[in-house]
Ligand binder design. Structure first.
Ligand SMILES: Cc1cc2nc3c(=O)[nH]c(=O)nc-3n(C[C@H](O)[C@H](O)[C@H](O)COP(=O)(O)OP(=O)(O)OC[C@H]3O[C@@H](n4cnc5c(N)ncnc54)[C@H](O)[C@@H]3O)c2cc1C
Length: 499
């Protein structure tokens, strides 16, 4: 019988079966733990822990049906296996190249990719003939195609977009959203065993970043389903309104914490959406929150997945439209949060150091925005996010970092850079209270580095953007600043020290 080779991000039931008609998904499984994969980058230790823990838990669940090989690399592991194999097309360009290469010399059949709501064919049909790609158009097409949140040909509730109800600043004076603590998994012997193994690898010279505290994210299907139910019961209602808000004292806010189990392949995004829509139908959530969540999963997650293939294998390496060549400074690279005085940046770095995770607004509007303002090299930034984030994989990083956060692809992904000054951070977070800097100061001791960095960024590209439909306005704003020269001098003198 053919054995199914599963990669570490293909761990749920939807990655089994489906090979032949009537296939019951009870085939034997091969899992290969590749040590070389952990040598290639300096991963966050919590990420290495999650991946290995997830693989070993899956092997334990499958029992005799699973052959588990710990090897230096995939090729070494496969050398021990002489059965014929099937594999669901993996999620990165290098892994796809590898399996096609292997398929030339052994019996290895590749099945179409899984784990997303829309198929490659759906995307191909949508993208055909389009010169400009707009996420909103993709999302609406996917809604129509799947019938999710549709009433006939019309969107449920008569609107595609509930941004006006969502995306509020945090409640005035609040230090947290006041929601129950997210559900934490209980660690077991497998987690302890993985931690011992990581310590052994470290003693042999494999380097990790960050802290590997108690496990915060689901690594089994049962845990993942429990986290989904916990989100629906306690946080879905607040998800939409506070999707873009951040508070120093509330690292999870109303987010679902489902990216890790979805990206490990433990949950099928379609089942996640169906369950959330069901909760709405039963009166357990507003349409605004439900639509906001569906938009993230089917609108954004699927979209960046398809863009990864559409933009091709060289997209990250060859996109540098803003000529950003600065290396990551040491404090940023090594998560030295305590040396940073700007509270937004120190909070974001501390969260990454503690958990290998932060919510979207810290990724995009704090860390990404800073990297954009300071012309950090897109390849280095992509590497940094991929290594440090527990939910980071090449397919999800490419468009999010290069396209969305750094605008390095010349606008293929987003029509304008997501650049912001301190005023935005002040409106959407409580970071500015108690910060050493003032968001409304551009020059001097108390000048907010994010505000000053924003204007220096606009100045660097002012000529190119003088007629840009969406950036000409800030260029004109820059020209009106009375302290422009002093600001630019101040920012030109900014060294690699932490702000
Ligand atoms: C610079 C940058 C780096 C990012 N890195 C990653 C990453 O490594 N892995 C990752 O899964 N997401 C990444 N994202 C997208 C998003 O920030 C995370 O999916 C989200 O914060 C995960 O937390 P959550 O599960 O609680 O999400 P929620 O806020 O609860 O959202 C629900 C789900 O929507 C999906 N989603 C939402 N936005 C996006 C998006 N832009 N791209 C892809 N999926 C999205 C995720 O699957 C997420 O679990 C990144 C975004 C940016 C701007």
């Amino acid at each position: 019988m053919t054995r199914r080779w599963l990669f570490a991000d293909q761990l749920g039931p939807h990655f089994l079966g489906g090979d032949q008609p009537g296939d019951d998904g009870r085939e034997n499984v091969l899992l290969i733990e590749s040590k070389a994969a952990f040598r290639r980058r300096r991963y966050h230790r919590a990420k290495a822990h999650l991946i290995l823990s997830a693989m070993r838990h899956r092997a334990a669940e499958l029992g005799d049906r699973c052959r588990y090989i710990a090897a230096e690399g995939y090729r070494d592991g496969l050398a021990e296996v002489d059965e014929s194999l099937t594999v669901v097309d993996p999620t990165s360009w290098p892994a796809r190249t590898l399996i096609r290469d292997l398929g030339r010399t052994r019996d290895l059949r590749v099945l179409p990719a899984r784990g997303f709501v829309t198929s490659q064919a759906d995307f191909d049909h949508w993208v055909a003939g389009r010169r400009h790609l707009r996420q909103e158009d993709f999302y609406r097409d996917a809604r129509r195609r799947t019938g999710i949140l549709m009433e006939g040909d019309e969107p449920a509730g008569g609107r595609w977009n509930f941004d006006a109800d969502n995306r509020l600043p945090p409640p005035r004076g609040a230090t947290t959203l006041g929601l129950p603590e997210p559900l934490w998994p209980v660690e077991d012997d497998i987690d302890a065993e993985v931690r011992e193994q990581l310590a052994r690898w470290e003693s042999e010279g494999v380097a990790f970043a960050g802290e590997d505290g108690p496990r915060r994210f689901a690594v089994t299907r049962d845990e993942a389903l429990a986290v989904l139910e916990d989100f629906i019961s306690h946080r879905l209602a607040e998800f939409g309104p506070y999707e873009d808000a951040a508070l120093v004292g509330d690292w999870a806010m109303a987010h679902s914490l489902l990216s890790v189990p979805m990206n490990l392949g433990l949950l099928d995004p379609r089942e996640v959406i169906d369950r959330v829509v069901e909760a709405w139908s039963d009166g357990g959530a507003t349409l605004a929150s439900t639509e906001g969540f569906v938009r993230q999963v089917m609108g954004w997650r699927d979209y960046v997945w398809h863009l990864y293939w559409h933009f091709g294998p060289d997209y990250v390496a060859e996109s540098n439209a803003l000529s950003a060549h600065e290396p990551l400074p040491e404090w940023f690279r090594n998560l030295r949060a305590d040396d940073v005085r700007a509270r937004c940046l120190s909070t974001a770095l501390a969260e990454v150091r503690a958990r290998g995770w932060s919510h979207h607004i810290l990724r995009l509007m704090v860390l990404g925005n800073w990297a954009l303002q300071h012309a950090y090299d897109p390849v280095e930034v992509t590497e940094w996010f991929t290594s440090n984030y527990v939910d980071g994989y090449p397919w999800v990083m490419a468009a999010n970092v290069v396209g969305m956060a750094l605008h390095a692809d010349g606008g293929r992904m987003a029509t304008k850079p997501y650049a912001a000054g301190g005023a935005y951070i002040k409106r959407m977070t409580d970071f500015c209270g108690g910060c050493a800097y003032r968001p409304d100061r551009r020059v001097g001791e108390q000048a907010c580095p994010v505000t000053a960095g924003y204007w220096a960024f606009i100045a660097r590209h002012a000529q190119a953007w003088a007629r840009h439909p969406r950036m000409a306005q800030p260029v004109r704003g820059l020209a009106r600043l009375s302290d422009r020269e002093a600001l630019l001098e101040q920012e030109a003198a900014r060294g690699p020290e932490p702000p």
